[in-house]
Write a protein that binds this ligand. Structure first.
Ligand code: FUB
Length: 309
């Protein structure tokens, strides 16, 4: 009987798809995901909430990668605050893009004796090590959460901001820019209506994630603090005007922040975010998680709920 059953058992086992952990990383607290698809792998760039963190105790960034969205390789810490000699705290939400054989990692950090600024580090490998490309901030206006986007015509943009939303046109070297930083008008038509905070009439809070799909530009962002949910706007061009489209991920879980990243990989779309789902988790001990989703036929993003596995 055992001999007869064993092929059946093997077939059954093979038919069950492998399932990833969610949160993705279960060994340390991670936050602020940014995903990059390169050469058949998804690279996941995160911050690191230290154990016992009480107010964003974050000193380094981490890299992870996967070829199947199930098994993740830990690439360690290829960048930390010491990478930026001019920074002394707040290794917050960054993002990495690839161009011409180099990987550019944009991050917000606190300048020594100053406010928040955005630095850019470079490496010839997606897993580093990364070195400070400039030896000074790329942008220093006290605001955070940089996100770079390269349009089909090769023009790159850097978006960032809290409480405002900014962009600047990056040069092809990705470490300098042309023109000055420009504020994207935060209109309620563009970014929804926030209630109860006259100084911030729209939902936009922070964490812009800009990309293009089927000719439409998407700006997915953290909305309305605190706690945050994830919302999005669309536009026919990379600088707007933006039209508010609604919720991507409602407020859920025990983290008062959330932070979006969206990529397509091997024919599927993935939404990365963070929550407080690990034991001991919360607003300063967050964990990066992911959900697979399908765009609606008209290009809108469905409402996505947090899951654990
Ligand atoms: O992780 C520190 C800050 O919290 C990030 O810069 C924001 O996006 C929010 O997630």
């Amino acid at each position: 009987l055992a001999m007869l059953l064993s092929p059946l058992l093997i077939c059954t086992a093979l038919a069950v798809p492998a399932k990833a952990d969610n949160p993705i990383i279960q060994t340390i607290y991670t936050a602020d995901p940014a995903a990059l698809v390169h050469n058949g792998r998804v690279y996941l760039y995160t911050g690191h909430d230290e154990d016992g963190s009480t107010n964003f105790t974050m000193r380094e960034w981490r890299v992870w990668s996967s070829a199947d969205m199930v098994n993740w390789t830990d690439h360690g810490t290829p960048m930390n605050l010491a990478t930026f000699s001019w920074a002394d705290a707040n290794a917050w939400a960054g993002q990495t893009v690839y161009r011409n054989g180099q990987f550019y990692w944009y991050v917000p950090v606190r300048q020594r004796g100053g406010g928040m600024a955005i630095g850019v580090a470079v490496s010839s490998s997606p897993t580093g090590p990364f070195r400070d490309a400039l030896g000074r901030p790329l942008v220093a206006n006290g605001e955070i959460d940089p996100h770079a986007f390269i349009d089909d015509n090769g023009q790159a943009y850097l978006y960032w901001g809290n409480p405002n939303l900014w962009y600047v046109r990056l040069n092809a070297d990705m470490i300098s820019y042309s023109g000055s930083s420009t504020q994207i008008p935060l209109t309620t038509a563009g970014f929804g209506t926030r209630t109860g905070n006259p100084s911030r009439p729209t939902l936009y809070e922070e964490a812009p994630w800009v990309y293009k799909r089927n000719g439409l530009y998407y700006n997915v962002f953290a909305a309305e603090c605190c706690s945050e949910f994830i919302a999005y706007s669309t536009a026919t061009g990379p600088t707007g005007p933006w039209t508010y489209r609604g919720t991507v991920m409602p407020r859920q879980g025990s983290s008062f922040t959330n932070h979006p990243a969206i990529v397509d990989f091997n024919g599927n779309s993935y939404f990365f975010y963070h929550n407080g789902a690990l034991p001991g988790g919360g607003g300063f001990t967050r964990s990066v998680a992911v959900e697979r989703f399908t765009y609606n036929a008209n290009g809108t993003i469905p409402t996505i709920n947090m899951t654990t596995a």
